[in-house]
Each structure stands twice: as C-alpha cells, then as structure tokens.
Design a protein around this ligand. Sequence first.
Ligand SMILES: *[C@@H]1O[C@H](CO)[C@@H](O)[C@H](O)[C@H]1NC(C)=O
Ligand SMILES: *[C@@H]1O[C@H](CO)[C@@H](O)[C@H](O)[C@H]1NC(C)=O
Ligand SMILES: *[C@@H]1O[C@H](CO)[C@@H](O)[C@H](O)[C@H]1NC(C)=O
Ligand SMILES: *[C@@H]1O[C@H](CO)[C@@H](O)[C@H](O)[C@H]1NC(C)=O
Ligand SMILES: *[C@@H]1O[C@H](CO)[C@@H](O)[C@H](O)[C@H]1NC(C)=O
Ligand SMILES: *[C@@H]1O[C@H](CO)[C@@H](O)[C@H](O)[C@H]1NC(C)=O
Ligand SMILES: *[C@@H]1O[C@H](CO)[C@@H](O)[C@H](O)[C@H]1NC(C)=O
Length: 344
Amino acid sequence: MAVAQRLRQGSTLGSVFVLATLAWNIRFVLFFDSKGSLASSHNEITILIWHWPFHKPMNLSGNVCFNVYNVKNCRLTDDRNMFNNSNVVIFHHKELDNDSHQLPTGPRPSQQMWVWATLESPSNTKGLSKWNSTFNWTMTYREDSDIFVPYGQMVPNLTMALNATIKTGLVSWVVSNYHKVQERAKFYKEFSSYLKVDVFGKASRKPLCSSCLLPMLSKYLFYLALENSVHKDYITEKLWRNAFLAGAIPIVLGPPRENYEKFIPPDSFIHVEDFPSPKHLVEFLITITPKRYQEFFRWRKAYGVKVYTDWRERFCMICSKYQSLPKSKVYTDIERWFNSENVQ
Ligand SMILES: *[C@@H]1O[C@H](CO)[C@@H](O)[C@H](O)[C@H]1NC(C)=O
Ligand SMILES: *[C@@H]1O[C@H](CO)[C@@H](O)[C@H](O)[C@H]1NC(C)=O
Ligand SMILES: *[C@@H]1O[C@H](CO)[C@@H](O)[C@H](O)[C@H]1NC(C)=O
Ligand SMILES: *[C@@H]1O[C@H](CO)[C@@H](O)[C@H](O)[C@H]1NC(C)=O
Ligand SMILES: *[C@@H]1O[C@H](CO)[C@@H](O)[C@H](O)[C@H]1NC(C)=O
Ligand SMILES: *[C@@H]1O[C@H](CO)[C@@H](O)[C@H](O)[C@H]1NC(C)=O
Ligand SMILES: *[C@@H]1O[C@H](CO)[C@@H](O)[C@H](O)[C@H]1NC(C)=O
C-alpha cells in the first residue's frame, strides 16, 4: 500500500503523533550525536582538502561549488583548522606517498569520511599497502570507486564547438614519457614501420604548448590514444581531449574493447586488438573512404564530450553524490581493491 494511501486511511491523529515523535527523535539524535562536533544541524557539507594535488593550490574564495559548478550546500576548504568540522577529508595519493607530509593527528570525528584520491593507474601508484584500514571512500577513474571521477565523458545533447579543420596529416601521437618496455612503445615501433606517425611531446623534443595542442592534433585523421599502462577503466585525456575534442578518430591501446564500450559507442573508435597485428590495422586504415570516415563520428549527432580538468569540480561532485554514498565503510586492503582488474 502506498504511503500516501495509508496515511489517508489510517487514524490521522495517530499518524501525526508517530511522525512527530519520530521527527523529535531524529532531531535528538542529530543534536546529541555531535561528539565530533560535525555540523548536522544544517545541510552544508564541508570538504577538507588535506593537501592539494601536485602542490597546486586553487582559489577557493567565494562559493566555488555553487558559483562555478552549480552544486549547492558544498563548502571546499584547505584550512586544516577545519578538521573537526569537516564531513569529508581528501588525501591525494601523490602527496600522501611523501613521508614528510603528515596526516591529521587528533581523533577522527565519528562520522567523518576519509577519501583516497588518485587519477593514476596502479602501475604508477606506489606504497599503497601502507594504507590498510585508513580510508572510507575512494575517488578514482575506476567506475567502481565511491566517487567516480572519469577523465572525460560523453554527454547527451552537449553542443560542442567543432572547427572544420582541413586534414593535412594522417596519424599523430603525443608522448611525454617513452619507455621501450611499455606496450604502447612496442605497438608504435611496429605500426610506424608501415605508416608514418607525426610524434609530438616531451619525448620527441617537439612539445606542444597547451593552446597549440588541439589545433595541431585536429589536422590529423587519426590519433594514437595509447595509454601508458593497461588497466580496467584507465581511459585518459588521450582519448577524450587529444582524439575526440580534436576531431580525430582514436586508435586506442588500453583495456579491452568491452571496457571502452561501457563509456563510448562501439563505432566511435578503433581498438588495436581489433586486428591481429599493427600491419593489418594499417591495411584497414588506408582503405577507409571519406564516407566510412564520417561514420566514426555519428555519435556527434547526439553527444558532446566533456573533459574534466579542475580538481575543485571533482571535489564538489562528492556533495552531489553525498546522500547516496555509504555512510559506513572501510577499505581494509585498498591495494588489493585498486589492483583487481575484473571488468564488470
Ligand atoms: C578568487 O575567486 C574570487 C571569487 O571568484 C575572485 O573574486 C578573486 O579575484 C579570485 N582570486 C584570485 C587570486 O584569483
Ligand atoms: C579537534 O578536536 C580535538 C578534541 O576532540 C582536539 O584535541 C584537537 O585539537 C582539535 N583539532 C583542531 C584542528 O581543532
Ligand atoms: C615532499 O614534501 C616536501 C615538503 O613539503 C616537498 O618539498 C617535496 O617536494 C615533496 N616531494 C615530492 C616528491 O612530492
Ligand atoms: C594489508 O592487508 C593485506 C591483506 O590483509 C595484507 O596482506 C598486507 O600485509 C597488509 N599490509 C600491511 C602494511 O599491513
Ligand atoms: C536531445 O534534445 C532533443 C531535442 O530537444 C530531444 O528530443 C532528445 O530527447 C534529447 N536527447 C537526449 C539524449 O537527451
Ligand atoms: C576551435 O577554435 C577555437 C577558437 O579559435 C579554439 O579556442 C578551440 O581550441 C578550437 N578547437 C579545436 C578542437 O581545435
Ligand atoms: C572510517 O575509517 C576508519 C579507519 O578504518 C574507521 O575507524 C571508521 O569507523 C570509518 N568510519 C566510518 C563512518 O565508516
């Protein structure tokens, strides 16, 4: 029976009495469960950024979450004196790994949640086993994180400014750290023996300034979106920005095709594993007709691409999700969680 119906039928006075008592008890609990003095009396959620990712502080003055990202009742602070009044405390892995950075010393307020945040893959995340039973929530690019923070996303009906660029090149790649042992280096070596690739970035001594990046990459038909390591859901700005935003077809190396298809349409990209070898891939590329080429961009009729770059936006997302996040949780073995690769 629907609640409204039951209320209409039931003894009205009785129901009102029960509801009033319940409301009083909730008030009582909220008021007196404030050992850790968490402000439960109003809805604002306070998020303490314990250390800024990569030591790069950002402007938090004004109501950033609301004014910039339209998220209500959400206060970001980096003032450690706010520790006892914070609902959530965020620890970014890179700085956590640096022993000279101290963790909070006082007792944790009882309802406070500690968040472990990183955008790096397990291959580039060291020293995680130290942090058994420390964190309550995770904030990573993995979809099964408590707070899922992808590098980018396809958004229905988002209109994207598309510059009609004349394509003058075939394939481009931007790489800053080139290591021969990486899977992507092996792929590149073989692929480029059949088809010329224009390589940019630190590793090639042809770096692109941030405002030159998109205009340059948009001159190419294809972009090699090769991840530095292969992990579940680890799909970075190489796909979202360098290929999709630039208007080039991504040739991806990363997790299996099914994993990409959780996030993007199957016909929007080429996976290196679609072909038995880089040679077969090149043979396919050179037979693509202009009509076939356009078909890779069908998604644009319905979607735009949003790329996330601002940590403040990610932190504000905690407030948007707050009500649905688990109220009690501990990662007893966070390294095992992060290393598990089963793609759901
Ligand atoms: C910080 O943001 C506030 C509010 O948007 C703005 O008024 C102020 O000029 C900014 N400060 C700096 C240093 O950018
Ligand atoms: C937080 O409260 C504890 C007592 O529960 C106190 O010892 C500590 O100094 C407080 N920390 C801050 C940063 O105010
Ligand atoms: C570790 O922390 C110290 C002190 O803040 C800082 O000077 C140093 O650059 C940090 N090292 C790394 C690798 O982040
Ligand atoms: C963390 O937990 C796992 C699983 O219980 C255990 O194997 C590992 O040794 C623990 N790490 C530390 C540093 O205690
Ligand atoms: C996009 O907008 C059109 C026109 O307003 C609407 O018919 C369609 O349902 C929208 N699509 C999505 C996925 O929201
Ligand atoms: C499109 O042109 C605008 C204005 O010149 C520029 O800001 C933007 O980065 C360009 N986008 C791409 C994908 O090249
Ligand atoms: C958060 O994690 C800590 C450390 O394991 C734990 O003691 C605490 O009970 C957890 N808090 C909640 C609300 O789950």
